[in-house]
Design a protein around this ligand. Structure first.
Ligand SMILES: [Ca+2]
Ligand SMILES: [Ca+2]
Length: 352
């Protein structure tokens, strides 16, 4: 069958180019210039294919060696050489539409929607133990930046379906990143999708996009050519968001330019969970080859809590308060906690 088809193609080619027939002694010659070979075309298709139960477009990140960390942040020192193997990464943060499909398929109930067990919250009045989550609630007037509880409120009823609590919704926000997801929620989604959460080494390697020693993941200038290239916070934090970049809160994924690896919103938009336990001294003892983080977590500011790493900062990051959208910086979060500026994306070791 294959020979017969090839024969037809060969014949057609000759009939259209009789004057050059002597040069066209193979089927390959008949392929018009600029058309990719079958091998190249399938490879490209594979690199951009929708992968996993969530049908996410994933990008093949070719492994390599890079300088991980930042001299600007105490918990991101020392800068050290790290190698990561090839992996595939979602090109954008997991969206509300993707998360809705997961919930529909599995009946999953997120941590923010579950009843709170009084045993987990000794000393807290039972009537305060209602399902909900943290919502950024900016004060009307300028405040000092020492107490973050001035702008973070626990809002009963806040969840991924109602990111800011009763009255809010995700309708019309299908392409925005899902928020109000705890580590457990992100991990459950990843498992359903046939994927996993990235290590922070993978995340940072991917975010750097092959650039070396830059202040921001996109380069050394905050606004290259006068343009905001990530969804962060402009204005007087936390009371006056001037939204010069066009967005007070999360932006639809892929609104801002992709990095050189074809990944969107690695910096800003929403924070992204990574699989490593958080410790401020993690890099002092880190593996150099595909590091997976320390064996346990420890955050001196909240010693009793288990925390995992978060990366990339969010629409609330700015130089005045949270600079942790800068290259190499690290974030952290208690594993059962969520907020309306926290999401995730998945990776896979293999094409799915
Ligand atoms: Ca913004
Ligand atoms: Ca992000």
């Amino acid at each position: 069958m294959g020979i017969f088809v090839n024969g037809l193609v060969f014949t057609g080619c000759h009939s259209q180019n009789k004057e050059a027939a002597s040069e066209q002694d193979s089927v390959a010659m008949c392929v018009s210039e600029g058309m990719p070979s079958r091998a190249a075309a399938t490879q490209k298709a594979q690199q951009e294919i929708l992968q996993g139960s969530d049908d996410a477009k994933m990008v093949l990140i070719k492994g390599g060696t890079f300088q991980m960390g930042s001299a600007e942040f105490a918990d991101a020192k020392p800068i050290h050489e790290v190698s990561v193997s090839d992996f595939w990464m979602d090109e954008h943060e997991v969206t509300n539409a993707q998360f809705a499909r997961f919930v529909e398929a599995t009946g999953y109930i997120t941590v923010a929607e579950r009843a709170l067990d009084p045993a987990d919250f000794p000393g807290v009045s039972k009537d305060l133990l209602v399902p909900g989550s943290a919502v950024f609630t900016p004060p009307k007037e300028h405040v000092d930046l020492t107490n973050h509880l001035q702008w973070w409120k626990y809002v009963p009823g806040a969840s991924w379906r109602r990111p800011k609590g009763p009255g809010s919704s995700i309708q019309g926000k299908e392409n925005e990143p899902v928020v109000q997801v705890s580590y457990e929620d992100a991990e459950a989604f990843a498992k359903w999708a046939g994927k996993r959460l990235p290590t922070e080494a993978e995340w940072e390697y991917a975010a750097r996009g092959g650039l070396k020693g830059k202040k921001y993941y996109w380069g050394d200038e905050l606004k290259p050519k006068g343009k905001w290239v990530a969804n962060t916070y402009q204005g007087d934090f936390p009371s006056k968001n001037s939204a010069e970049d066009g967005f007070v809160e999360a932006a639809p994924v892929k609104t801002f330019p992709a990095n050189p690896f074809g990944l969107y919103d690695m910096e800003g938009n929403v924070w992204e969970w990574c699989s490593d336990f958080y410790r401020p001294d993690a890099y002092e003892h880190a593996d150099r080859n595909n590091p997976k983080g320390p064996a346990d977590s420890y955050d001196p500011t909240e010693p009793g809590l288990v925390k995992r790493v978060q990366r990339g900062g969010s629409f609330l990051c700015n130089d005045q308060y949270c600079e942790r959208y800068k290259a190499g910086s690290r974030g952290k979060g208690e594993v059962s906690s969520a907020s309306n500026n926290l999401g995730f994306r998945c990776v896979s070791d293999h094409a799915l």
